[in-house]
Write a protein that binds this ligand. Structure first.
Ligand code: ADP
Ligand code: MG
Length: 989
């Protein structure tokens, strides 16, 4: 800085705290004295008192510059920074200006500011322009002790009257920034999220922002499309006079009723939506694919008592603490090993659509999950409604095969069977599945639907209520659970989820006996605790989540999370501060289930100012775009602007390995957008089902128009060794227009690594977008090694619905029946592919361009005749718009049933392999009729039984064909296999 100018100016260095002069070379605050120094600030006495003080030698005013300097031996002053910038964070004293300088030096950053706030202090940095935030974040990683806790992007700086950055007003910019630096956003978590974001949005390569923007735009358009459809559906419904009555009749008929008072009360309809509400198909599919990952997560958490204890012990809620204490008594040292117990989770994962067109998770319900029964019935009612209102929408359809109660029943049956397999009825009792409920439950009928589905599966059930006599058999029986004298194989808890259910000490005792018993609990105490709000908040942090899931799955889960905080933790100070200033952006949740307990707005701020914050979770609010809906309450239909919460049902049965993990349908709870809470029981929402909106077709679909229309996809299939690969290669060589996809089988599809999946994804993109190529050849040799699950993963990565992976390219098929074997070649592999890719299963594609090539010809001769066979005009004609033949879920599932039965039959009855294709062929010719028949018959609740019956009839009728097709098992074996099939069909039921 130089030296003072003569005697007119006196400069010295002092300790800013003690005001003692500092010796040479020691850093301190620069003070200016001398007669030129002003007397103070006009009208700012406090500031004057702080900055000016009497010079100790002359008593004339001296001025504290705030500059941190050092006086060198030669009398020169060296500038070191600003005094007020010296702060202590994370136990180290740092200079804020060094942080600012380091950030300002990052390429792209034009200005930066740093401040410290909160208790304990957190280092917050602000950078401008917005676009440079990512670079600043990247650079911050190498800034070590100077690394800010949070970097906030600034569009426009608040300035003082003299044009400097006004640091006192920087907190006004925090809202965005605090979220950016949430607890769940360590650099590692960020990377994973970013990675996932790139994976799902980036069509051409990582880091291409314009593509990300394009994708976000597409999601926005998806929302707009949903809103448009909702409006149309509501308008149509309003025009249909008799609709409310028709819906009520159907709802009563299917048992969609609640009892608002103790019996004998009058049954009433719960609040319902008259027409289903739109959900973008890609998003729905994405969440369905995430469901088993979340199931696995909750199951793993429920096996880790130590982690649960660490997480929940600090929570002050006495009820939760006592539950935790009980869990420790049962599963703690010397107790049961949770991972060795058979356990069943019946869950519902709830989501709200964010303004960006993507769903974000609200919570996972692990106990007393409601609405599986009603959803299944309402789905049928809604199909009826749409038909009644003549609401045929070309690119939207009610979610088909939406059968959560049947699926829950199947999982309960599997649990009951597991119990029977282990213990049978070793003490003369006949064990049953117990529905343990509280009296006069509003949702009793909802549960009854599951119970009757279970009875149809021939599993005996009974209902018991809080206060029932619960006893544990003696040790010799290994802990038989008797409820009201009946042995329970499985206890399905519809109560004990809130403190009110433990009004008497006896209930604590009963609950403990249940946990100690050998009965399978739905959920176990640990499964219940794993669903606690605090646990979900903890799991929203990468560090915790990645304990239980591999990084890829954890990254997927993170992509649907919003920020959650434990407001009692010092690290959450920034979020709490923000919530106090902007309560409308947050939700405060106590450790309670069942809706109606959360705090919003002013009430939230009030709670946050209270003392005991450890029982709460502070969660970023998901602001959903509203859509018109027609809600039916107390017999009156009203059109409202509404918001829908999407619930995905899932089931997970495990012992030391996973026995069963299923995704069972989806529901919506639709509420007026003016209401914050969504609980139906709490009187806020109406039960609703999804109207799945295609993102392929229609206007503004997510992927519409991305793929050049002239592409087509050729599938080449036949028996192993039939020369498909040769043919494909020759075809690819002969015409540059063909792209050959045959090398895929070199990749390991069963356990694909991220790199492998990326390769596949990129390859798909390259093939679909490469200029000059007209067709993609798919050599079916991949069918043997790929798995459905794997392709589902690719679909997640590409953020598109499963079938869209290949529907992006209009489909053309070549059935290559070029077998070297004499017998008729089955078209089984193409069915397999069709199933894997969810191609339309109605047979419309079959035969169009299929041909059998002459086995005697060489590959190049075959190519000639192939090209000759397919007249050019017809070949390139693109007739089928991608959305006209979306997979019919019924047909699809029946195929799956068939596949399961047939493969079990082949395995168990040792039928020759060729029986499979023959059956598949039969199926393909008869399916349309069978499906039509099933739809005609499908009434109410019995679809699964009906389906089973049809598959069985079909199989029986096929037996003749099987034997005729030179697949002649001995008479005995046919008998055996028939029995076998019946048995297996039963098992499926
Ligand atoms: P519970 O159902 O156990 O009471 P939830 O977490 O589901 O607890 O919260 C109840 C309701 O509060 C939800 O159905 C939803 O309407 C609303 N809600 C909860 N979390 C959020 C959030 N993060 N953003 C917006 N609304 C929320
Ligand atoms: Mg909820």
């Amino acid at each position: 800085m130089g030296k003072p100018l003569g005697d007119y100016v006196q400069l010295w260095v002092m300790d800013p705290e003690t005001r003692q002069q500092k010796p040479c070379e020691e850093p301190g605050e620069l003070v200016v004295g001398g007669f030129q120094v002003a007397k103070g600030y006009i009208k700012r006495p406090e500031l004057t008192a702080f900055k000016f003080f009497p010079d100790p030698w002359t008593a004339s005013p001296a001025y504290r510059t705030g500059d941190l300097v050092r006086c060198c031996q030669d009398g020169e002053f060296e500038y070191l920074g600003r005094v007020e910038h010296r702060v202590e964070v994370r136990g180290t004293r740092i200079d804020l200006s060094s942080v600012e300088d380091a950030l300002a030096a990052v390429p792209g950053v034009t200005s930066a500011a740093a401040v410290v706030r909160g208790d304990p202090p957190r280092l917050l940095a602000y950078v401008s322009p917005r676009a440079a935030q990512a670079e600043a974040q990247e650079a911050a990683r190498s800034m070590r002790h100077l690394a800010p806790d949070v970097i906030i992007a600034v569009e426009e700086w608040p300035r003082t009257s003299s044009g400097k950055i006004d640091k006192n007003r920087l907190h006004e910019l925090d809202a965005t920034g605090v979220l950016a630096g949430s607890e769940g956003s360590s650099p590692k978590a960020k990377r994973a999220q970013r990675m996932f974001h790139d994976e799902v949005t980036d069509e051409t390569g990582p880091g291409n922002e314009s593509d990300v923007d394009a994708d976000v735009d597409a999601d926005f358009q998806g929302v707009a499309r949903c809103q448009e459809l909702a409006r149309f559906a509501v308008e149509q419904a309003a025009l249909c006079d008799g609709l409310p009555r028709a819906v009520q009749v159907q709802a009563y008929r299917t048992g969609l009723v609640v009892f608002n008072q103790a019996l004998p009360g009058t049954p009433e309809l719960p609040p319902l939506s008259l027409v289903p509400s739109p959900v973008p198909s890609g998003q729905l599919q994405h969440l369905q694919l995430l469901a088993p990952i979340f199931s696995r997560l909750v199951d793993r958490v429920s096996c880790d008592l130590r982690w649960l204890t660490k997480c929940l012990a600090p929570v002050s809620d006495p009820w939760l603490c006592r539950l935790l204490g009980m869990a420790q008594e049962v599963y703690g040292p010397g107790g049961k090993d949770p991972a060795a117990q058979p356990r069943l989770l019946l869950m519902r994962q709830d989501y709200l659509l964010g303004g960006d067109g993507r769903y974000r998770q609200v919570e996972i319900n692990t106990i007393a999950v409601a609405f599986a029964g009603f959803t299944e019935q309402l789905s049928l009612v809604h199909q009826h409604t749409l038909a009644e209102a003549k609401l045929a929408l070309s690119d939207a359809w009610p979610l088909e095969d939406n059968t959560p109660s049947t699926d829950y029943a199947a999982a309960l049956a599997a649990a009951h069977n597991e119990y029977m397999k282990r213990f049978g009825s070793d003490n003369g009792h006949a064990p049953r599945v117990c529905f343990y409920c509280f009296p006069d439950d509003f949702l009793e009928m909802d549960q009854c639907h599951i119970e009757s589905a279970l009875r149809r599966l021939k599993v005996p059930t009974f209902r018991a209520f809080l206060g029932a006599k619960v006893t544990l058999g003696d040790a010799s029986t290994g802990g038989t659970l008797l409820i009201d004298g009946v042995e329970a194989s499985v206890v399905f808890l519809h109560c004990t989820f809130c403190p009110e259910h433990f009004a008497h000490e006896g209930e604590w005792h009963s609950r403990k006996l249940m946990e100690l018993s050998r009965a399978i609990k739905v959920p176990s105490l640990l499964g219940h605790l794993a669903g606690a709000k605090r646990v979900q908040q903890a799991l929203s942090r990468w560090e915790e989540l990645s304990r239980f899931l591999p990084p890829e799955d954890a990254g997927r889960c993170m992509s649907v999370f919003v920020a959650q905080y434990d407001p009692s933790q010092p690290a959450s100070a920034g979020a709490v501060e923000n919530a106090l200033e902007r309560p409308e952006r947050w939700v405060l949740k106590p450790q309670r289930e069942g809706g109606g307990n959360n705090f919003f707005g002013a009430a939230l701020a009030e709670q946050l100012r209270g003392n005991d914050l450890s029982q709460f979770v502070l969660m970023e609010k998901i602001v959903s775009p509203s859509m018109p809906a027609m809600l039916l309450k107390a017999g009156v239909a009203t059109s409202v602007e509404a918001v829908s919460e999407l619930g995905i049902f899932s089931a997970h049965l495990a012992v030391d390995h996973e026995i069963l993990s299923t995704v069972g349908g989806a529901m919506l709870r639709t509420k007026a957008s003016s209401s914050e809470e969504g609980g139906v029981c709490a009187g806020h929402g109406a039960i609703d089902t999804p109207l799945v909106v295609s993102e392929v077709g229609g206007q503004g679909g997510a992927h519409a128009g991305q793929i050049p229309a002239e592409k087509c996809l050729l599938l080449v299939c036949g028996l192993p060794g039939s020369g498909k690969t040769q043919f494909c290669k020759a075809l690819a060589d002969s015409a540059a227009k063909f792209f050959l996809v045959t090398t895929w089988h070199h990749l390991s599809y069963d356990s694909p690594s991220r790199t492998e999946r990326e390769t596949i994804s990129n390859r798909v993109d390259a093939l679909l977008t490469a200029p000059g190529s007209a067709a993609i050849l798919l050599d079916d040799n991949m069918y043997s090694s790929i798995t459905r699950a794997h392709w589902a993963q690719v679909a997640i990565d590409k953020n598109c619905a499963f079938h869209q992976l290949f529907l992006k390219a209009p489909l053309d098929l070549c059935l290559e029946r070029n077998s070297l074997r004499p017998s008729a070649v089955p078209d089984f592999s193409i069915r397999y592919m069709a199933e894997v890719f969810e191609w339309p299963q109605d047979g419309t594609w079959e035969g169009q361009h299929s041909m059998m090539l002459n086995a005697q010809e060489t590959a190049s001769q075959q190519v000639d005749s192939f090209l000759h066979h397919l007249p050019a005009a017809k070949f390139w004609e693109r007739v089928r718009p991608p959305d006209t033949a979306l997979p019919r879920k019924d047909a699809h599932n029946m195929d799956l049933d068939l596949r399961k039965i047939v493969s079990l039959a082949l395995k168990d009855a040792k039928l020759p392999k060729l029986a499979m294709p023959v059956l598949a062929k039969q199926w393909s010719t008869r399916k349309a009729a069978l499906v039509a028949e099933s739809q005609a018959k499908a009434s109410a609740a019995d679809t699964s039984a009906l389906r089973h019956e049809m598959v069985e009839t079909f199989l029986r009728s096929c037996m003749a064909d099987v034997s005729a097709a030179s697949v002649r098992p001995s008479g005995n074996r046919i008998q055996a296999s028939r029995r076998q099939w019946r048995k297996m069909a039963k098992r499926l039921r």
